[in-house]
Ligand binder design. Structure first.
Ligand SMILES: Nc1ncnc2c1ncn2[C@@H]1O[C@H](COP(=O)(O)OP(=O)(O)OP(=O)(O)O)[C@@H](O)[C@H]1O
Ligand SMILES: [Mg+2]
Length: 274
C-alpha cells in the first residue's frame, strides 16, 4: 500500500471532536480535538496524569472498564462513530489498542498470546498471514513460540503485546507508551518497528512520554496537559519549539531564554490555551 498517497476525501481517518471524559466526578479530558489521517503516525505527548491513556481508552471503547465515560464530543473513524460503541465493536472496525504496561498473559505461551489476539478472526488464512507478519517483524516471537510469555524480557513482552494487537489485522493501532521502562537500544528497536508497521499501511496513534522518539516518528503531534491540548502542530516544528525542548526534551538552550532570539526562526504552533 502506498502510504504517501493522500487519503480519499470521504475517509479522514480518526477524528476526535471536542471530547470530554469523566471518571465519576473527576474530569480527565476536556475540549480535546485531534485527527489522525489514514496512513499517518500521530503522537500525543504529555507527563504523568495528563490524560494520554484516557484518550486511548475513549477511542477503544474501554473507558467503562475503568469506571469512566464520555460526557461530551464525538469520535469518528472513517465513516463510523466510535464514541458510544462497545470495545468489541471498535476492534471489529479495525481500531486496536496496545494498553499501557505491556499486559501479556504471563502464564500462556507466546503462541497462545498471539492466538488470543486473533480471536474473532473467522478467516484462518488471514490469521496465518497475520501471524507471518508478526513473526517477520519480531523473529524472537517465532523462536520463543512455546515459551511462557512471563519469561520474556520487558522489551520482548512489548513486542508480544504489539504482535498480539497485529493479529487482529488492525487498520489503526493505538499504542500506549510502548517504550516505557525499556533500555535505549530496545526502545529504539520498538520505535523502528512502529515505523515499519506504519509503512505497511497501518495508521498509528502513539502516546508517549518519550517525546524525542515520538516526534521522530510522527508527522503531527499534540501536547496534553491536565486533560487539555495545549500545543499542536507538525512534529518537526514541535521538536524545534523552545517550550517542547525545555519541558519535554530536557534541552535548555540559550535562545530559549533570550528575548531577542526566542522567536527567531521558531515555528508558529497552534495554541489553545496558555
Ligand atoms: N480509573 C480511574 N478513576 C479515576 N481517575 C482516573 C482513572 N484513571 C485515570 N484517572 C485520572 O485521570 C487523569 C488522567 O489519567 P491518565 O491515566 O489518562 O493519564 P496519562 O497521561 O496516561 O498518565 P501516565 O503517563 O502516568 O500513564 C489523572 O488525573 C488520573 O488520576
Ligand atoms: Mg497512561
Amino acid at each position: 500500500m502506498d502510504v504517501h498517497a493522500p487519503p480519499p476525501p470521504e475517509d479522514p481517518g480518526l477524528v476526535v471532536r471536542d471530547l470530554a471524559v469523566n471518571y465519576g466526578p473527576v474530569t480527565a479530558l476536556r475540549g480535546i480535538s485531534l485527527s489522525v489521517p489514514r496512513g499517518s503516525i500521530v503522537a500525543v505527548l504529555g507527563g504523568n496524569g495528563a490524560g494520554k491513556s484516557t484518550l486511548l481508552r475513549a477511542v477503544s471503547g474501554t473507558l467503562r472498564f475503568h469506571r469512566g465515560g464520555i460526557t461530551a464530543g464525538e469520535i469518528v473513524f472513517g465513516r463510523t462513530r466510535l464514541s458510544g460503541a462497545a470495545a468489541s465493536a471498535v476492534v471489529a472496525r479495525g481500531v486496536v489498542q496496545v494498553p499501557e504496561g505491556r499486559r501479556v498473559f504471563a502464564r500462556m505461551t507466546v503462541e497462545e498470546n498471539l492466538r488470543a489476539g486473533a480471536l474473532g478472526a473467522r478467516d484462518r488464512r488471514a490469521a496465518a498471514g497475520a501471524r507471518e507478519r508478526v513473526h517477520t517483524l519480531f523473529p524472537v516471537l517465532a523462536e520463543r513460540a512455546r515459551q511462557r510469555a512471563g519469561l520474556l524480557s520487558g522489551g520482548e513482552q512489548q513486542m508480544l503485546a504489539i504482535g498480539r494487537a497485529l493479529m487482529a489485522r488492525p487498520a489503526m493501532l493505538l499504542l500506549d507508551e510502548p517504550t516505557l521502562g525499556l533500555a535505549p537500544m530496545m526502545a529504539a528497536r520498538i520505535a523502528e518497528t512502529v515505523r515499519e508497521i506504519n509503512a505497511q499501511g497501518t495508521t498509528v496513534l502513539l502516546v508517549e512520554q518519550n517525546a524525542a522518539m515520538a516526534l521522530s516518528l510522527a508527522s503531527q503531534a499534540y501536547v496534553l496537559e491536565v486533560g487539555e491540548v495545549v500545543l499542536s502542530g507538525p512534529a518537526a516544528d514541535l521538536a524545534r519549539s523552545d517550550e517542547v525542548r525545555r519541558r519535554y526534551l530536557g534541552i535548555e538552550d540559550d535562545r530559549a531564554t533570550s528575548p531577542a532570539g526566542a522567536s527567531a526562526g521558531r515555528p508558529a504552533l497552534t495554541r489553545w490555551s496558555a
